[in-house]
Design a protein around this ligand. Structure first.
Ligand code: SF4
Length: 500
């Protein structure tokens, strides 16, 4: 059988796991499509790559849509001694396309790899070592290797200045280290790819490092309530797995568990949720009427869109706010229109709607509070208002994160996406947009991309439903906690009320 081609991305996949590599070549149908958050990372990479081209104004882009055409044109253009974008190299069944190749001296070249991250990671060194290996195999002389990453201190003022936006690291020495043994690793990968059957690899920490492996079949045989549900289980879970322990309820007494993990084990054995009624009641007693439930959705564009913002800075574009007063529940919402900075309009509206007294419940307070703090820094006219908001905030995550309440259906997670269905039986499964990354991507697409009016309106409706469920879901969770904890003096909807 002819040898298959090993590309840079597959080399990196193979470094993470040889089983993953084998599946990519021999049974790709077993690998699920990329999720919204991975696609967003790819998209950010493309945006940053294009911007990096401006670092070399006389550079030539080599189209990458024609595989062989790209390689042939690369060979031809090398003679011009100009910066080349996307040059491709193929030799001995190895293929790599580089971000930027820049002439160095009379006959050598520098490699510049561009990443949308903000620091140098080990995987980047292996990435560049493979690129260099391919290029050198074709006879190219490589001088130094650089990694251009995003400078997260950069602040946009006018057009993006690529020379300030990027921080360029000389990684030549580190690449030299990463390259040690590369020939042997490549040979091993070719052997694995040619195997008639999938190599056995047991689950390990490498399944999530450097990337979350998308292959689900390796964990498909794990039973419900397995040890990987353990809260902050980390290495301990793998040790148990290697020791043949699969279910949380089967963890022997001599395994040291944290308090939270011990609660999980007891729940698994009893088959019932855990509740520390006193702690839950104490939490509930801090809720003051009228009760506001607040949730933001944000974008964090790698290339800042708005004046005065930094790469990856959180910019809220939407909120949902439920206000519960006695038997009355009101819903307010904000969803940015147009391409201007959404924050001034959002702040104006939120200030009007969130009142001046009563609790503000969020789920993961550090996020909502952080977003408000960042806005108050940029718009100091809201600083006083914001300062009065923080003491009113309460974090509904807290009773779940502290395991005052735990339901086995949470699978060790305190995220509202797990808690809501576990506690109330209601959830996000019917929604078109069902998580934060998908909401951000959808908003960016319909606001800054090219979409039909019909699609734009549909996405906006989906966004309203999604964000609205986050806050309505919080109301249901609080109601349920009140019932479960035996909260006194509460009847029906009035159970939400704790008068000031
Ligand atoms: S889940 Fe783990 S063992 Fe399975 S293919 Fe992925 S990295 Fe390899």
């Amino acid at each position: 059988m002819p040898k298959k081609m090993l590309s840079k991305s597959k080399y990196l996949n193979g470094l993470q796991c040889l089983k993953y590599l084998w599946l990519l070549y021999n049974d790709p149908g077993k690998i699920p499509a990329f999720d919204a958050s991975t696609l967003r990372i790819f998209d950010q990479g493309h945006q940053v790559g294009e911007l990096a081209g401006q670092l070399f104004p006389d550079g030539i882009t080599i189209p990458s849509n024609d595989f062989m055409g790209n390689i042939k044109l690369t060979k031809k253009l090398l003679a011009e001694r100009k910066p080349l974008f996307e040059p491709g190299f193929y030799q001995d069944n190895l293929f790599s396309r580089l971000d930027i190749l820049n002439p160095a001296g009379d006959d050598a070249w520098d490699i510049i790899e561009v990443k949308s991250s903000t620091s140098v990671k080990d995987v980047n060194l292996h990435d560049v070592s493979f690129q260099r290996h391919c290029a050198v195999k074709t006879g190219l002389k490589i001088n130094r290797c650089f990694l251009a990453v995003v400078n997260n201190k950069y602040v946009k003022h006018g057009d993006i200045n690529p020379f300030e936006y990027f921080t360029v690291h000389d990684i030549t020495d580190k690449v030299n280290q990463a390259a040690q043994g590369i020939e042997e690793r490549i040979e091993e990968m070719f052997k694995v790819i040619a195997l008639p059957a999938c190599p056995e690899m047991r689950l390990g920490e490498y399944c999530n490092s450097p990337y979350d492996c998308p292959v689900t079949l390796c964990s498909a045989g794990l039973p419900e309530g397995n040890i990987f549900d353990l809260y902050r289980g980390g290495k301990k879970c793998y040790q148990m797995f290697y020791d043949g322990i699969l279910k949380v309820e089967d963890i022997p007494a001599d395994y040291k568990l944290s308090e939270a993990q011990q609660i999980q084990k007891e729940c698994a054995i009893s088959g019932t949720p855990h509740i520390d009624k006193k702690a839950v009641r104490e939490f509930l007693s801090r809720i003051k009427s009228p009760v506001y439930y607040l949730d933001f959705e944000t974008i964090n564009p790698v290339i800042p869109l708005f004046e005065g913002t930094r790469p990856y800075q959180r910019i809220p574009f939407q909120y949902s706010l439920h206000k519960v007063t006695g038997n009355e529940t009101k819903h307010y919402s904000f969803l940015a229109e147009g391409q201007e900075d959404p924050r001034p309009a959002l702040l104006r509206q939120l200030k009007k709607e969130i009142g001046t007294k009563g609790s503000i419940l969020t789920y993961n307070q550090s996020f909502e509070e952080g977003v408000i703090r960042e806005m108050a820094e940029v718009f100091p006219e809201y600083a006083e208002w914001a300062a009065a908001i923080y003491p009113r905030m309460l974090d509904l995550l807290q009773p779940f994160q502290s395991f005052s309440y735990y339901h086995p259906a949470q699978h060790g997670s305190a995220s509202i996406k797990k808690v809501l269905p576990a506690v109330t039986g209601k959830g996000y499964s019917d929604l078109t947009i069902a998580e934060g990354d998908a909401a951000s991507s959808a908003f960016l697409t319909v606001t800054f991309g090219e979409t039909s009016e019909q699609e734009r309106l549909q996405v906006r409706r989906d966004l309203e439903k999604y964000c609205g469920l986050d806050t309505e879901g919080m109301i249901w969770i609080v109601d349920e906690l009140k019932k479960l904890s035996g909260e006194k003096n509460q009847t029906g909807v009035q159970q939400r009320l704790f008068e000031l």
